[in-house]
Write a protein that binds this ligand. Structure first.
Ligand code: ADP
Length: 268
């Protein structure tokens, strides 16, 4: 049981009559503390690239830099501004997901097309993360369609795939698969041979800005918001996220879609 904090008001009325009003304010305080944390985190995430950018601008203004030095500085500045753009985009996505009700309109999209999109993204990203790349496999499984909002579902799936690529060292494996479970539910699974995750981190991974390896996350373009976005998308679709991992044994992230959102189709 969680500790409860009560605010108590005593109202006197009539002669010798008192009314005691109590209200649980634990939840209110908790929400307020979370909001403060969030604002502090966002400010910090924006301040870091801004500081770097101002430093570079000052250098360019004061030192008569020649090519290729000048070009190198400009490339680093572009990288920092891209980082801020990515962060702002993720923040907007998250606030849209949290603030708006589920549209209720569902597209049926083929799982094979979603996997192809994930594959293209992973193959483009892998050599940027590790020069010799990773061993990537994609198993489209039985031909199916799933119901949902295409942009949201793709962003959830691609977040899991790009995380696997980003956290797995050069030459490691990333296996992506789609399977139909016996009870009609569908499983989109991303398994990697990366560093794995200690059990104490697992329950907190979908919190906004929660990161285990801060520098690896930053180096590879992470904002710390990816899994928070995944969590919200899945909630809206009635789907679940399952994570299995052990340090040194790689990780497996699965999205389980309810049977009502999955249907088999004729293979093309
Ligand atoms: P980030 O932008 O930092 O990757 P995410 O919300 O996507 O943010 O993930 C949160 C954290 O979970 C990451 O910082 C990383 O520490 C951990 N993580 C996510 N995916 C993996 C993975 N496949 N292997 C190991 N750690 C992971």
């Amino acid at each position: 049981a969680r500790p409860v904090k009560l605010s108590v008001h005593v109202h006197s009325y009539g002669k010798n009559r008192k009314l005691l009003l109590s209200r649980d304010i634990t939840a209110v305080e908790l929400a307020e503390a979370m909001r403060r944390d969030f604002v502090a985190n966002v400010s910090h995430e924006i301040r870091t690239p801004l500081t770097v950018l101002s430093g570079f601008i000052e250098t360019l203004q004061t030192l008569p830099l020649k090519e290729p030095e000048r070009a190198r500085y400009l490339a680093l500045m572009a990288q920092q501004s891209l980082r801020m753009q990515t962060l702002v985009n993720d923040l907007l996505t998250l606030s849209r997901l949290e603030g708006s009700p589920f549209p209720g309109v569902n597209d049926w999209m083929t799982t094979s097309a979603l996997l192809v999109q994930c594959e293209q993204e992973a193959r483009a990203l892998s050599p940027l993360i590790a020069p010799h790349g990773h061993q990537l496999t994609f198993d489209a499984g039985p031909a199916c369609e799933i119901a949902g909002v295409q942009t949201e579902l793709y962003s959830a799936m691609s977040n899991l795939v790009t995380n696997a690529v980003r956290y797995t060292p050069e030459g490691g494996t990333v296996q992506v698969s789609w399977t139909l479970l016996d009870d009609g539910r569908g499983e989109f699974r991303v398994k990697d041979s990366g560093p794995g995750i200690a059990p104490e981190h697992l329950p907190r991974l979908t919190e906004r800005f929660y990161r285990i390896d801060r520098s690896r996350s930053r180096e590879t373009g992470g904002t710390g918001l990816g899994l928070a976005i995944v969590k919200h998308v899945l909630q809206r679709h009635g789907a679940e996220l399952h994570i299995e991992s052990q340090p040194g044994q790689g990780s497996s992230f699965s999205i389980i879609f309810p049977a009502a959102r999955v249907r088999r189709i004729q293979a093309a």
